[in-house]
Design a protein around this ligand. Structure first.
Ligand code: MD3
Ligand code: FE
Length: 219
């Protein structure tokens, strides 16, 4: 086997690695790598239309993760609570539209995770800087809890905390790399989860950040 061919096969194998965490939860390692340039270009398009911002929790804390939405609905948090809103409260205008390459990636990943026909109407974009974290929480602000959530990791790696159905349940650590895509649905949909503080680094696409896209059916 020539060294070139060997490297190629290693890469292919990396891209095909599928990790079933539990019923309803699958990690498609490297699934988004092939489209990274198009996805990143689309991300820059969205961020040129509206800025990342640090939302305030209902308890009055500034979130360390900066957020932005695209699509028909966006997740927002303020002193009044959490909600999905068709209007960006910062601009008073609709959120930037969801790029086609985002939509295709989310549909394809959902189908690979055995959720055919996923039609997300919301995409939350999380931007982590070094030290930024997401404490253990459930995603339950969506109306359609039957629909899965598809999440796409880009840029710097992070450690994902994957818990159980109760906050006290023990959580396991799952490393997430650039291009990894997770599909969560069915019995895994309401599991607690979080992200440990991001470590410093440099990535060829995102520089000093980690970006996570989560595709949801909000309504
Ligand atoms: C498991 N984001 O935005 S993505 C979030 O990396 C969120 O930015 C994390 O948790 C991030 O709410 C984790 C993986 C993920 C997303 C949604 C889930 C895991 C999930 C919903 C239910 C169970
Ligand atoms: Fe979440």
């Amino acid at each position: 086997m020539t060294p070139d061919l060997f490297e190629f096969e290693e890469r292919e194998q990396q891209q095909a690695w599928r990790e079933q965490l539990c019923p309803g939860a699958v990690v498609l390692h490297g699934f988004a790598v092939q489209d990274e340039a198009a996805v990143f270009a689309a991300l820059l398009g969205v961020t040129s239309e509206a800025p990342f911002r640090h939302l305030i929790t209902p308890g009055g804390f500034r979130m360390s993760v900066a957020m932005l939405n695209c699509g028909a609905y966006g997740w927002v948090s303020d002193r009044n609570g959490y909600r999905y809103d068709a209007i960006d409260p910062e601009s008073g205008k609709p959120w930037p539209r969801m790029p086609d390459v985002f939509l295709k990636l989310a549909r394809d990943a959902a189908a690979s995770g055995e959720f055919e026909g996923f039609e997300p109407d919301a995409c939350l974009i999380n931007r982590y800087e070094p030290g930024a974290r997401l404490s253990l929480h459930q995603d339950k602000d969506e109306r359609g809890l039957d629909a899965p959530i598809v999440s796409v990791s880009l840029g710097l790696p992070a450690v994902f905390l994957w818990g159980g159905l109760r906050r006290e349940d023990k959580s396991v650590r799952v490393p997430l790399m650039h291009g990894d895509v997770m599909v969560w649905g069915g019995p895994a949909r309401l599991r607690y989860h979080g992200v440990l503080p991001l470590k410093e680094g440099n990535h060829h696409l995102t520089g000093g950040y980690r970006i996570n896209l989560t595709f949801r059916k909000a309504t």
